[in-house]
Ligand binder design. Structure first.
Ligand SMILES: Cc1cc2nc3c(=O)[nH]c(=O)nc-3n(C[C@H](O)[C@H](O)[C@H](O)COP(=O)(O)OP(=O)(O)OC[C@H]3O[C@@H](n4cnc5c(N)ncnc54)[C@H](O)[C@@H]3O)c2cc1C
Ligand code: FES
Length: 273
């Protein structure tokens, strides 16, 4: 019988501190053949754990178009396990299983303007989509990125922002910036309201639950169709593959049927967003 909790060893090959509480880890499976054969989709996640610390779901934030040499996870220190993971160094090994979840169906995005809206740590699963676009894997005629964050210190992937700026309309809005900040200030919804968004756009949103309600209301006013709005949800998880029922929302399991959902399909499920 298949052991759904079977893990594999993956070694940290590089680490970048992204913010005060978030580290970007590049991993390679210890088993080289496994690494060569590792395939995933943008928007999928891994379960990562350490012996006697448990495990948790973390979105893969590299892109399949980065190649098969590695995969990346950006981990925010919020509790015991993520704190322990963030104390690991290059050469250390973690237990991982996956990839899990459905990921983004990028074929549905082709030839439509793409709008990416992320809030706080929710920006992590959106990075692969931006890499896909920059690498030409998603062939859209336009990319708009809206990134809402608390302040300069909490912004992720700063090294990549110049590249994103060159390839998209890239808007950052900070809620509590320093006096030096020259960009937009306040909630990201204000930045969205100010801009033209093509009604034919596909929009992908990931962020704190409160953000969805306000952002989606503005998108509907801009005539974006509900079937073109996608969200990626977070729920407490255990098995990660539709066995334990920990992550159920209505008829769906977030780990198996999601984490990416078309908003049209979940908008009437109580507590989904
Ligand atoms: C599909 C998915 C993808 C995720 N991707 C990332 C990622 O890329 N990077 C990242 O840093 N984190 C991500 N998370 C969240 C991450 O799994 C949790 O932060 C982690 O489980 C916390 O574990 P802990 O033992 O350190 O802290 P805990 O003590 O378990 O939790 C600390 C705090 O975070 C809350 N929390 C824990 N898990 C979740 C959850 N799933 N949803 C909402 N609140 C939660 C707890 O209620 C508590 O308040 C993702 C979660 C899901 C479901
Ligand atoms: S985490 Fe077990 S069913 Fe989703």
């Amino acid at each position: 019988m298949e052991n759904v909790y079977q893990t594999q060893k993956a070694r940290i090959v590089s680490i970048n501190r992204e913010s005060l509480d978030t580290m970007l880890f590049r991993f390679k499976f210890v088993d080289k053949k496994l690494q060569r054969n590792f395939a995933y989709l943008s928007g999928q996640f891994m379960q990562i754990g350490l012996a006697s610390w448990g495990e948790c779901p973390i979105s893969i934030c590299s892109s399949p178009s980065d190649g098969k040499e590695f995969f990346e996870l950006a981990i925010r220190d919020v509790g015991p396990l993520t704190h322990k993971l963030n104390s690991l160094g290059v050469g250390d090994v973690a237990d991982v299983r996956g990839p899990y979840g459905n990921g983004f169906d990028v074929d549905k995005f082709i030839d439509k303007p793409l709008v990416i809206i992320g809030g706080g740590c929710g920006f992590v699963p959106l990075r692969p989509l931006i890499i896909d676009y920059v690498n030409g894997r998603i062939k859209n005629n336009k990319l708009q990125i809206f990134y809402g964050c608390l302040n300069e210190q909490t912004l992720l992937f700063k090294k990549e922002h110049p590249l994103w700026n060159r390839n998209s309309e890239f808007v950052i809005s900070l809620e509590k910036p320093s006096d030096k900040w020259k960009g937009e200030k306040g909630l990201i919804t204000a930045s969205i309201i100010k801009r033209d968004i093509d009604p034919k756009s596909v929009v992908v949103i990931v962020g704190p639950p409160v953000m969805y309600k306000f952002v989606i209301a503005e998108l509907l006013k801009k005539k974006i169709k509900p079937e073109n709005i996608y969200v990626s949800l977070e729920r407490k998880m255990y098995c990660g593959k539709g066995v334990c029922q920990h992550c159920a929302i209505g008829p769906y399991y977030v780990c198996k049927d999601g984490p990416v959902f078309c908003w049209k399909n979940i908008k009437d499920i109580p507590g989904a967003l």
